[in-house]
Design a protein around this ligand. Structure first.
Ligand code: SF4
Length: 290
């Protein structure tokens, strides 16, 4: 009771799935911190808790992030991992950067539902994603942005429902969507100092409401919303997520567009489709914008 469904699903998977040598969690929110604390004594393998600084305006937090990356590398070595050379790490970064570029170059020809499927493949399998197989044909509909927490399977039903009812998701600002792409790498610097370049591209770039101050998030929205001609924004909020909940008022003030604050409920997560309440709220929102 009272657990965010994403954090809960993470805990369930860790406990039931097995077949892994370690568990990695971050301190991004209280829920994940608590889940990590509750899991650790029950796990047969080590758990690494990555300290993710929320502040960013001074050098200290960036240094801490960099140190955490190095500490994570050491942790992997204790499990038998072999530290890569700088060249090898930089090449791996390039591989991922190219996969993200490939996905971004296809974005304008994909519906939000197909883009979500492509992202799921990327998150699960890494840079093997090709992309062309996700292009379903012409895109039409009312351009919308979706922002919010990380995608679970229920997001697929919701994206599909929206796009079958006349919406077109042109911007995926969920925690697993385009907003979570790091900035571009400078490959010369990456070959010299890959950890430093990873820190810049991830810590200094990715916008998220947990950052303090969270101005990156709003500058990202101010840039992306007009570029994609977005007419309305849907906030998909996992219940018990204080971080996104706290953002609702500020989002209403800042984006000057209709905003649907959609807190998901239990029936949305059962895998069978979406709840009547969620469906009705989406339909009313689409009607209002039209
Ligand atoms: S959705 Fe919110 S509460 Fe859940 S893990 Fe993410 S930040 Fe934490």
């Amino acid at each position: 009771m009272g657990i965010c469904p994403f954090a809960g699903a993470f805990a369930d998977q860790v406990i039931t799935r097995g077949g892994y040598d370690a568990v990695v969690a971050t301190t991004l929110c209280d829920q994940m911190r608590r889940v990590a604390g509750a899991l650790e004594p029950r796990l047969p393998v080590p758990l690494f808790l990555f300290n993710l600084p929320s502040t960013w305006e001074h050098e200290g937090p960036e240094r801490l992030y960099r140190d955490e990356l190095a500490r994570f590398g050491l942790f992997l070595s204790t499990l038998g991992g072999i530290p890569p050379s700088r060249e090898k790490l930089a090449n791996q970064m390039l591989l991922y950067a190219r996969a993200r570029q490939r996905m971004q170059s296809l974005r304008a020809s994909l519906t939000g539902t197909s883009f979500l499927a492509m992202l799921a493949h990327f998150h699960e399998n890494g840079p093997t994603v090709k992309g062309e197989e996700y292009i379903p044909g012409p895109r039409r509909g009312l351009p919308l942005a979706i922002i919010g927490g990380p995608a679970l399977a229920c997001f697929h039903h919701i994206f599909q429902f929206i796009e079958e009812r006349g919406g077109l998701i042109v911007l995926d600002g969920t925690d697993t969507g385009e907003r979570s792409f790091p900035g571009p790498f400078d490959m010369d610097r990456a070959r010299d100092d890959p950890i430093g370049e990873l820190t810049k591209a991830y810590f200094a770039t990715i916008p998220h409401p947990f950052r303090r101050p969270n101005t990156f998030l709003y500058s990202w929205l101010r840039k992306e919303i007009p570029e994609r001609d977005v007419k309305g924004v849907i906030l998909l909020r996992h219940s018990w997520c204080d971080i996104w909940h706290a953002e609702v008022m500020e989002l209403r003030k800042s984006i000057s567009l209709p905003l649907l604050d959609l807190e998901l409920n239990n029936e949305d997560y059962d895998g069978a489709g979406i709840s009547c309440r969620t469906a009705n709220r989406i339909l009313s929102f689409l009607e209002v914008i039209e």
